[in-house]
Design a protein around this ligand. Structure first.
Ligand SMILES: Cc1cc2nc3c(=O)[nH]c(=O)nc-3n(C[C@H](O)[C@H](O)[C@H](O)COP(=O)(O)OP(=O)(O)OC[C@H]3O[C@@H](n4cnc5c(N)ncnc54)[C@H](O)[C@@H]3O)c2cc1C
Length: 501
């Protein structure tokens, strides 16, 4: 069996695998992707866009504009049918972006190609065996790859997760829906509708958002989503299934014909009990599945990748011990667990009986109040994620705001300091007052000034710090107190032991 070696092999080139590959490549790690599809084309529409924090994360790498220029900016965060306006949030991207997943993947793949990551399309990971130094990865064409680490970004039915024997506990589906792109002889009522069967909707792939409202393009195929009468149908859904579901829900199938694609999704809700087994890790849908309510899956998958990438890079480069990888599960498992809880609540609120409707109305009333709105909007947009890096200043463990700084050589945005995915120590006190010589090769020290206020989404204003240590994922790992205590510990914990003098 021919065998090629890489530091990291990624199974699956969906949004999570692509983002992770980009992160590793930026850190100079030799990484390759194995993707079952023959190319990046995606049958079906799946995710409809990005939340604020994902746009920020892409901005941290200098690629947000690629997405913004192709999508539709809109207020997309919501919960249980309540839409949140986050235009008052302290972020440059106080909105979401409508952009179909096939475009998101195409743009990510373009970035990954610029970073020279090989993608083995049309091949499938069929199994693996890990030993003390690496993982032998078997491919469908009989060839093999060896990686020091294997990351399963291979979606909800992840072979990597199953072969690693990682438990996937959770809840079986209670509802199922068909989704597709079809032709219809009659014009269906465009928009989202609810009746005794649940939700159904009709739309067009091409749309514009005008004054916050979706305006669909003329002609072309119809995007349809319809709740099925029964859960548990097996096999690939057919045109006949779609026609029957439409007749049951709407009394007519609108002359549905010529499907471009049809698929089924459910509210099955499960999460990997562990995101790591030795040299095998899981990210994205491979680690968590849930109903699409709230549009979270792709977003948290991309953010898993951004949390894992720099840690795995440091372990591969031997600057950090393997134990750093444990913080990946510790930080990301609770984030997805919360999304699972919220989507389950959201699906429950979709039930069309009068009592559930009443609960929904009460929820909507509560979420209309300022503090609950802010808290839920920060959660749904991903801006409130808080990793446990220790007690102290409210910035600790939270996302670093993209402040407009003035450095020695002129104005600079915080996010632009993160473009190369390296840690940053931002000294806002006296220039030259912080010395990190033993970490100088790993951590970028920037002296700068900032005179504005510091405000965090949902939390409000916080005390301006004199210095912050920012991880490559944009989360704050250390905040200076008057004595700058704990800096060496934080540098060692997150970026490895000091280099010998
Ligand atoms: C109807 C619907 C609407 C959604 N809407 C939203 C939304 O609005 N917002 C949002 O954030 N999310 C949404 N999602 C969820 C989103 O689509 C997923 O969370 C996202 O695709 C997960 O990305 P991933 O890369 O982790 O997994 P996937 O996108 O599933 O990618 C996994 C990749 O691995 C490949 N693969 C699988 N097995 C193997 C193997 N053995 N070897 C090699 N390759 C393999 C697959 O071909 C695939 O390309 C929606 C999902 C559905 C179904």
């Amino acid at each position: 069996m021919a065998r090629t070696e890489h530091a990291v092999v990624i199974a699956g080139g969906g949004p999570t695998g692509l983002m992770l590959a980009g992160e590793l490549a930026l850190a100079g790690v030799d990484v390759a992707i194995v993707e079952r599809r023959p190319n990046q084309e995606l049958a079906g529409s799946r995710a409809g866009g990005l939340h604020s924090r994902t746009i920020e994360v892409l901005d941290q790498r200098g690629i947000a504009d690629r997405f913004l220029s192709e999508g539709q900016i809109a207020q997309v965060a919501g919960f249980g049918g309540v839409r949140f306006d986050i235009s008052d949030f302290p972020t440059r991207h106080n909105y979401g972006l409508g952009l179909w997943q096939n475009h998101i993947e195409r743009i990510l793949a373009g970035w990954v190609a610029e970073l020279d990551v090989p993608i083995h399309y049309g091949r499938e990971v069929t199994g693996f065996a890990q030993d003390s130094t690496g993982v032998e990865v078997a491919l469908s064409d009989g060839e093999g790859l060896r990686g020091e680490y294997l990351v399963g970004c291979d979606g909800g039915r992840s072979l990597v997760r199953k072969a690693a024997g990682i438990e996937f506990p959770g809840w079986d589906p209670t509802t199922s829906a068909l989704i597709g792109q079809v032709e219809m002889a009659e014009q269906p009522p465009l928009g989202v509708h609810t009746n005794a069967f649940g939700i159904h909707s009709f739309g067009k792939l091409e749309y514009k958002i005008v004054d916050g409202k979706v305006v669909y393009g003329e002609g072309g195929p119809v995007g349809v989503m319809v709740t099925e009468q029964h859960v548990g149908a097996a096999g690939e859904p057919t045109l006949q299934d779609l026609s029957e579901a439409l007749i049951a829900a709407c009394g007519t199938d609108y002359g549905v014909h010529s499907p471009i694609w049809i698929s089924r999704f459910t509210d099955a809700t499960r999460q990997a009990a562990n995101y790591r087994d030795g040299r095998v890790l899981l990210a994205g849908d491979a680690a968590h599945i849930h109903a699409p309510d709230g549009g979270q899956g792709l977003n948290i998958g991309v953010q898993d990748a951004v949390n894992l990438g720099w840690k795995l890079a440091q372990v591969v480069k031997r600057t950090s011990p393997e134990s750093l990888l444990d913080s990946y599960h510790a930080e990301r498992h609770p984030v997805a667990a919360r999304v699972l809880r919220n989507t389950m609540a959201s699906v429950a609120l979709r039930r069309p009986d009068d009592r559930t409707k009443a609960v929904g109305e009460v929820m909507a009333e509560l979420l209309g109040m300022e503090e609950p709105r802010k808290r839920f909007a920060a959660m749904q947009s991903g801006l409130d994620v808080h990793y446990d890096v220790g007690e102290g200043h409210p910035l600790l463990g939270r996302r670093m705001p993209d402040l407009d700084l003035v450095a020695a050589d002129g104005p600079v945005r915080v996010f632009s300091l993160l473009h190369d995915a390296r840690p940053v120590l931002l000294n806002l006190g006296d220039p030259g007052s912080i010395d990190i010589t033993p970490w100088a090769g790993r951590v970028r020290l920037t002296d700068a000034k900032y005179h504005g206020t510091w405000e965090l989404p949902a939390l409000g204003e916080v005390t301006p710090p004199a210095a912050v240590l920012i991880r490559p994922d944009g989360h704050v790992a250390w905040v200076a107190d008057a004595a700058q205590s704990g800096l060496a510990d934080a540098l060692t914990r997150w970026f490895g032991a000091p280099a010998a003098a």
